[in-house]
Ligand binder design. Sequence first.
Ligand SMILES: Cc1cc2nc3c(=O)[nH]c(=O)nc-3n(C[C@H](O)[C@H](O)[C@H](O)COP(=O)(O)OP(=O)(O)OC[C@H]3O[C@@H](n4cnc5c(N)ncnc54)[C@H](O)[C@@H]3O)c2cc1C
Length: 317
Amino acid sequence: MNWELVQRKTSLRSLTTLKAGGVAELFAKAKNVDELIKISAACQAEDIKVTTLGWGSNFLASDAGVAGLVLLNQTREINIDGDQITADSGVAFQDLWLKSTQAGFRGLEFAVGIPGTVGGALVSNAGAYRSNISEFLVALEVVTDGEARWVDPTWMDFKYRDSILRCENPRSAVITRTRFKLPRGEAKQSYDEAREYQRQRIGKQPPSASAGSFFKNVVDPKLAQEIEGLTEGMRKNNVVPAGFLIEKCGLKGFRIGGAMIGARHANFLLNVGGATASELRSLAHFAKQSVQNRFGVELEEEVMYIGDWSNFSPINP
Ligand SMILES: Cc1cc2nc3c(=O)[nH]c(=O)nc-3n(C[C@H](O)[C@H](O)[C@H](O)COP(=O)(O)OP(=O)(O)OC[C@H]3O[C@@H](n4cnc5c(N)ncnc54)[C@H](O)[C@@H]3O)c2cc1C
């Protein structure tokens, strides 16, 4: 590997949608899969921790920085051959929808409005409107232990907004290529559905810097039956939206420094001006504590805390 391509002490702030956080100890860009494999394999062989960065739309980097190498994934190729759809992990999830729709497939309409790469979407099993990316995945290529190999989707151990790569101390793994199988369908239907999803999002999502929903929704049959004000659909599915619980705690618009709980959507934590990563995490901590005290429910973060948080202590509002 050409270590001259690696930069030191690179700020991650402008590379994440929350616009907060410190520096990467080492930083490199991979423009194609060959580079992505070479750089990640070289790091693994040298025992350098590698953190892949897609669009940074689910990524809160600590103010104290990120040790090892942050590898910006700029791979972009999509190949459609018969029924086989192969995409680099750095392809935008929305582009995968567009290209597959243009080629006569359906199924990924829910991806419209989810920022980020296919690799990032797989790590958190991204989804919306009752569909998740993992439903359509048939294989993926990963670099582990310094080698690239194709594996079956079961390797990822997908769950709701979760995979093996989100567990505590996950093994070093970089997703490089992905393969999907989609049903055939009418492009017009796909565009209409995607437009409707987009319309719903515009009404709900605040325009400020965020990472989308900060917490996962809560699946709790007892709470879903008992809590007042929940829609019948949610009650039937035993789902209580995290934003609904935060709102019930009266926290819409609540601030710590430059971090604010969305006034439109309480599950969006916003950077409304110069928020530090610590302010954002402190606000998340306060929202979690408030929901725990009021409803006895522990919210789980959908956003990932990256880097060194060992000295983090929440700011008291
Ligand atoms: C306005 C807004 C709306 C959103 N709406 C939704 C939604 O409806 N549904 C939903 O599920 N999410 C939503 N999100 C969250 C986010 O967009 C998704 O989680 C997205 O899939 C993350 O992709 P990314 O490329 O930005 O990942 P990043 O944020 O760059 O990375 C996230 C994690 O994945 C790891 N990672 C990334 N790429 C790779 C790779 N190739 N190999 C190994 N690890 C990798 C990173 O190291 C990090 O740990 C929203 C975010 C925003 C800002």
